[in-house]
Design a protein around this ligand. Structure first.
Ligand SMILES: Nc1ncnc2c1ncn2[C@@H]1O[C@H](COP(=O)(O)OP(=O)(O)O)[C@@H](O)[C@H]1O
Ligand SMILES: [Mg+2]
Length: 332
């Protein structure tokens, strides 16, 4: 399993009698974006803190390896391989962006010359050159986040933990950050990203784990997760009203268990000339639908497969305890 950047078995953490993580298994392949998705209080930050050696897991946890190193026996090697951008900014507002960067370079024991070089490159890369000599307290939220990430990159980490990197950012800054994250991965870096935002996980992540109440509710690609829950369908569109009518009546009489006629999101079906057949989008169901269409001689002008979006998945898996796209407090 040498290609795993992060591998955790039975990650556990309790405070007193409160279980924060109740046995979490994680496997993150090198060079990918992994998203830990969950509502406030799910245990995301706790997971990041453990994996980045900031706090210890409970002794009952299984083996945890980060960057190929055992967290328990070789935390120094783990630290050398990773960078962490915490949920709350590490930027010192009283000094300039450039000074923040140079401080990081010092912490990483870079020479003065190397420190200046890396600082200039990263400030340029994150579009902060112009603001470099201004106090960081004057930066916008997006600029502070970019500076935070630039500081994380000073040590040239192979694995980066980003804890809710876009929470609180406006849509434009969020898209900007997404672009930066994609570039990191194209350079071969592994990104462990936590988020409460379904669209963010959907947009960026190769794999997503849905964390709810200290447990992984489901894990997979966005597509795999969407297939887990009902709500998907195959949509048939017709241009010829007569073809549509005969298809509609054939479908109405169909004996397939999943062939059920539904109108399309409130639009009168006969106006849009569209039919929907519930389906999980799997190859087997698609084949049975196509076979049935052939057998009754229906030829649609357009056939599309729709899987439910992550919102549906999230609500189904977390029992509706998460409100997507909106930070919330967990009341206990
Ligand atoms: N040091 C601590 N002591 C007691 N409870 C904690 C501590 N840190 C976190 N928790 C609790 O653990 C749960 C998960 O917290 P956290 O990992 O910060 O969640 P998230 O980052 O997903 O919002 C929360 O209920 C939180 O109150
Ligand atoms: Mg958190």
């Amino acid at each position: 399993m040498t290609n795993l950047a992060i591998a955790a078995n039975g990650l556990r953490k309790s405070y007193g009698d409160k279980t924060v993580l109740g046995g979490v298994d994680l496997a993150v392949e090198e060079g990918t974006i992994f998203s830990l998705l969950g509502p406030n209080g799910a245990g995301k930050t706790t997971s990041v803190k453990i994996l980045s050696t900031l706090i210890s897991p409970d002794p009952a946890s299984g083996e945890i390896r980060v960057g190929g190193h055992d967290l328990a026996t070789d935390p120094q090697a783990v630290r050398a391989a990773i960078g962490v951008t915490g949920q709350f900014s590490a930027v010192d507002g009283l000094i300039t962006g450039e000074e923040n960067m140079l401080l990081m370079a010092d912490l990483h024991h870079l020479s003065k010359r190397e420190g200046r070089k890396v600082t200039a490159e990263l400030l340029e890369r994150f579009d902060l050159t112009e603001a470099a000599k201004k106090p960081a307290s004057t930066y916008s939220g997006g600029m502070k986040r970019r500076l935070d990430l630039a500081m994380t990159l000073v040590g040239n980490p192979r694995i980066i933990f980003l804890d809710e990197p876009t929470t609180g950012l406006d849509p434009r800054s969020r898209h900007n950050m997404w672009q930066i994250i994609r570039e990191l991965v194209s350079d071969g870096v592994t990104v462990f990203l936590t988020t409460q935002l379904l669209d963010e996980a959907d947009e960026l992540a190769d794999r997503i784990a849905v964390l709810n109440d200290g447990k992984i509710a489901a894990q997979g690609t966005a597509e795999e997760l969407k297939r887990l829950i009902p709500g998907g369908h195959v949509r048939l569109r017709f241009t010829d009203p007569a073809a549509y009518q005969s298809a509609a009546s054939a479908l109405g009489e169909a004996t397939l268990p999943h062939a059920r006629l539904r109108s399309r999101g409130g639009t009168p079906v006969d106006e849009s000339l569209t039919l929907q057949i519930p389906s999980d989008g799997s190859q087997r169901e698609l084949r049975s639908i196509l076979d049935w269409l052939d057998s009754v001689g229906i030829e649609a002008d357009e056939l599309t497969v729709h899987t439910p979006d992550l919102d549906d998945v999230f609500f189904a898996l977390t029992g509706g305890s998460g409100v997507p796209n909106q930070p919330r407090e967990t009341v206990r």
